[in-house]
Design a protein around this ligand. Structure first.
Ligand SMILES: [Zn+2]
Length: 131
């Protein structure tokens, strides 16, 4: 068996002083959704899968992919549609909890949600070219 030596010292935590520099920006020619609290881009309208979801505080949308979003630890929760492993997601820019990510669905009818993101409507604004 390989010899296990002492672990190297952990790198010091890096504090990011200018979070805006690290924001991802979505393509300017798309209708998109942004964080209602800090205007960080969150998702393209093209990545919207469904508008008929229910969040803890009202209506919520299901997205294929999002940006500027951080993920908490996954945990099992029983939702209206059965048991799922979900992780809370938050805006990486202003740290507001936005919704959750479906890590795993246990019923075959719900598998399409795996790896997808729920963002509650009251945390999003429509941005860029909607009219
Ligand atoms: Zn934000």
């Amino acid at each position: 068996a390989p010899r296990v030596g002492p672990l190297p010292p952990a790198p010091a935590m890096v504090r990011i002083s200018k979070p805006k520099t690290f924001q991802a920006y979505l393509d300017d020619c798309h209708r998109r959704y942004s964080c209602a609290h800090c205007r960080a881009h969150l998702a393209n309208h093209d990545d919207l899968i469904s508008k008929s979801f229910q969040g803890s505080q009202g209506r919520a949308y299901l997205f294929n992919s999002v940006v500027n979003v951080g993920c908490g630890p996954a945990e099992e929760r029983v939702l209206l549609t059965g048991l799922h492993a979900v992780a809370d997601i938050h805006c990486e820019n202003c740290k507001t909890t936005l919704g959750w990510k479906y890590e795993q669905a246990f019923e075959s009818s719900q598998k399409y949600k795996e790896g997808k993101y729920i963002i509650e409507l009251n945390h999003m604004i429509k941005d860029n070219g909607w009219d």
